[in-house]
Design a binder for this molecule. Structure first.
Ligand code: NAD
Length: 359
């Protein structure tokens, strides 16, 4: 029987509540699919500051690096906002991502039929949308050198950043995109600005070169301005959307809003080797922490991504996703999703309903 070691980072705010739900479900789904999971809870963010004075203790980072996968809820809270930047919970999260060398950020955007009314877009535009944004996370214009600000002798100020990608940086993120396209419907759209930017021309050439390794994948290219428009005009045309750091930052938020609901969105961050980090897109929601009001579904869907991508347990991942669809189809809603005619439930009751749906 396969067994996997999971480092569990509950973090702050609603983190412990939604982590408890995900853990119960993971234990059951593992049993149902004949593998075992062991959990190693570690402090991160504000919880780690309270315990050790540091937002990312060395012991937490080393537990994450040594795991088969890392499941994180969320970090942060107003009580830490006045700490020096390096000591804040958010710095712990950035240090975790860079310490685990996570260069690929994956955000699936899937419309749940029961929640279609939550989107700001019309039903006929968004029904059936099921896409994955693959964003490069550790390169591009956010990190390129030179960057800075200078003032000329005449007093004119200038700010500058450099958008740079090496062929190896492009190849490693492109491979993540192609591999995902193989697992999904076999379509990959690479987004760039190759009509203007040299760095995008290299990006396009490397993606085309990699296409010869993946004969089953249909590759297309799109300029980023057109992609931004197409995402709200006809989002069903996309399956895997592969792009760099800056374009991905913008497009992944735009794509996320197709669903209309932050409490539903999971994500994964992956490196070349070593474990991936799986976490909901939302934050620690301090305004509702400890009140049994949190929506645990993004966390549960992040756990499903961990099973599928991190542990290659596709059937178990699909079971968790089916349970999420089932509770929503039953009309159960936490406060953030509440709509007329539905039944209001708290975080724990949602967890109980998910367990029941798992069977
Ligand atoms: P947030 O996502 O925590 O909350 C925004 C709004 O959405 C709040 O009204 C909150 O109640 C609601 N919400 C979020 N998740 C929910 C859930 N699962 N169920 C029900 N309602 C939910 O964003 P924020 O308020 O800007 O930030 C709060 C804290 O979280 C800050 O300290 C911020 O730095 C941190 N944060 C952490 C992460 C992370 O850990 N990856 C991401 C974003 C923000």
């Amino acid at each position: 029987m396969s067994s996997y070691h999971i480092t569990l980072l509950a973090g702050d705010g609603i983190g412990p509540e939604i982590t408890a739900v995900a853990r119960r479900l993971l234990e059951v789904v593992a049993q149902q699919h004949n593998f075992s999971l062991s959990f190693d809870p570690q402090p991160v963010g504000g919880a780690a500051i309270d315990a050790t004075g540091e937002p990312l203790p060395a012991s937490t980072l080393s537990a994450c690096r040594g795991a088969d996968a890392v499941l994180l809820a969320a970090i942060g809270g107003p009580q830490y906002d006045n700490l020096p930047r390096a000591k804040r919970p958010e710095s712990g999260l950035l240090a975790l991502r860079s310490g685990m060398e996570l260069f690929a950020n994956l955000r699936p955007v899937k419309i749940v039929p029961a929640l279609i009314g939550a989107s700001t877009l019309r039903e006929e535009v968004i029904s059936g949308v099921d896409l994955m944004v693959v964003r490069e996370l550790t390169g591009g214009i956010y990190f390129g050198q030179p960057k800075g600000r200078v003032t000329s002798e005449s007093g004119e100020e200038r700010g500058f950043n450099t958008m740079t990608y090496s062929s190896s940086e492009i190849d490693r993120i492109a491979r993540v995109g192609f591999d995902l396209a193989v697992q999904r419907s076999g379509r990959l759209c690479s987004v760039d600005k190759a009509n203007v930017l040299d760095v995008s021309q290299l990006w396009r050439e490397r993606v085309d070169a990699m296409a010869s390794d993946y004969s089953g994948v249909e590759v297309s290219h799109m300029y980023v301005d057109n992609a931004a428009m197409q995402l709200v005009r006809a989002p069903r045309q996309f399956d895997v959307l592969l792009t760099g750091n800056l374009f991905g930052d913008i497009l992944s938020d735009e794509a996320a809003m197709l669903t209309g609901s932050i409490g539903m969105l999971p994500s994964a961050s992956l490196g070349s080797e070593g474990p991936g980090l799986f976490e909901p897109v939302h934050g620690s929601a301090p305004d509702i922490a400890g009140q049994d009001k949190a929506n645990p579904l993004a966390m549960v869907l992040s756990a499903a991504m961990m099973l599928r991508i991190g542990l290659k347990q596709e059937a178990a991942a699909a079971s968790l996703e089916k349970a999420v669809d089932a509770v929503l189809a039953q009309g159960l809603r936490t406060g953030d999703l509440m709509a007329e005619g539905c039944t209001a439930v708290g975080c724990q009751a949602m967890g109980d309903a998910l367990l029941k749906a798992l069977g």
